[in-house]
Design a protein around this ligand. Sequence first.
Ligand SMILES: Cc1cc2nc3c(=O)[nH]c(=O)nc-3n(C[C@H](O)[C@H](O)[C@H](O)COP(=O)(O)OP(=O)(O)OC[C@H]3O[C@@H](n4cnc5c(N)ncnc54)[C@H](O)[C@@H]3O)c2cc1C
Length: 458
Amino acid sequence: MDAPALMRAVVIGGGVAGLVAARRLVLGGADVVLLEAADRLGGRVAATELGGVVLDTGAESFAVRGGAVRALVDRLGLGADVQDPAGSAWVALPDRTVPLPSAGLLGIPSSPLATDVIRVLGAGGAARAYVDRLLPVLGVGRYDRLGPLVRRRMGDRVLDRLVAPVVGNVYGADPDEVPLDAVAPGLNAALTRAGTLSGAVLELRAAAPPGAAAQGIAGGVHRLVTALTDGLRAAGVDLRLGSRVIGVHPDPLGGPITVVTAEEDLQADRVVVAADGATALELLADAAPALAALPLPAPARTRAVLLQVPDRRLDAAPRGTGVLRAAGREGVRATAITHLTAKWPWLRDRVEPGTHYLRLSYRGGDEVPDGVAAADAAALLGVDRIAVAARADAVWTDSAPALAPETLAVRSALARTALPAGLTVAGSWVAGTGLASVVAGAERAASLEAPDHPSGSS
Ligand SMILES: Cc1cc2nc3c(=O)[nH]c(=O)nc-3n(C[C@H](O)[C@H](O)[C@H](O)COP(=O)(O)OP(=O)(O)OC[C@H]3O[C@@H](n4cnc5c(N)ncnc54)[C@H](O)[C@@H]3O)c2cc1C
């Protein structure tokens, strides 16, 4: 009897979504080619060398929620290197900079009258947040957006001083536009059970695994890309860099799908499109023309500025792991700073005392003069002046931010679209921002047993 023909699979895009999809396909026995347009793998997980240390320039941690990243990290042999952040973040308010309350969810406090909450909101703001405990129970699904829910139950101060800085930093999104279920799955149901928003937060926190909500990897999260790449090479996956896909053409008669690059046409039984949102929609034009006609949001650009700073005053981690800027804080352009040497034990151990690494985040890709970066770092960390020894920048573009209303509309249209057999889609624009969503989504999209459409979960 003849051996069954090997399934041919093509993965388009070599970010984490594409790498995870390729891994799943090759482990399932497929013959896999991965096509990546750039000259390196990893996409928005990347690194650069600064002052003798290699640092993440994109993702630098992963959410523990769901367990998908941790399971992958363990299978790749990096489990022993997983680290919790050594501390927590602060928030820069219009008039002061204070620690973020410890017991919250997306900034929503579980105890409105706790001392650390009053420090952020003031007595009046905390009293308003406590009104949540007195308001009648909400009907299920009455609020489908995060912002209006928080504002109604706990008031503007909770939204502006806690929730907006956290959601803006993690998701690059405005809480007024963010669907509740996408960023806080289970909160709606917990709200109905508990009867109050603070009670719902308490319930979800109690149900979450103990420990930090996000973790890192000693040496940097980019080690995940190296480990994935090494594993794929060892398993025989054909990794092609500088190979931009320009077309995906399903066979109307159900035969193999044709994947087109400038150099060649490839035939495949399975194709996973794991490119960014705008590119993916172009590539789906033949398979799902109605989708390609839908509008996408304006691309979101962010600039990460990494600084090496010799400064003994920072040894004491004066602002914990870093600071998120709340609206109304004047005189600072950066939206956040991460004090990397305070946050990650592995990095602190790698440098001499008095040497620090900082990462500033800016919305938009505009240039940030050295003086502005240094002044922002000093202002956010509460020191009078910072001298910068070395600097490295990375500018990132997200062509379809996952929580933008237009992207969400395309996602739900995609979920209702019957794509040709063998064709699936992965990546942050369909699965949700962040490695936890991206890894789980790519595993689903590359499942050989039951290829399905993206579920639209975040
Ligand atoms: C500054 C920054 C910080 C972040 N911090 C965190 C964090 O701490 N924790 C966290 O969980 N997440 C974080 N994220 C988000 C996280 O990095 C992303 O959600 C995730 O890496 C996206 O992976 P992806 O594979 O979907 O997309 P990408 O990484 O964008 O990969 C898409 C790939 O497709 C390739 N491609 C595009 N078009 C084509 C084509 N036509 N043919 C072939 N290849 C193509 C691209 O070159 C790219 O390599 C951060 C993101 C940024 C920018």
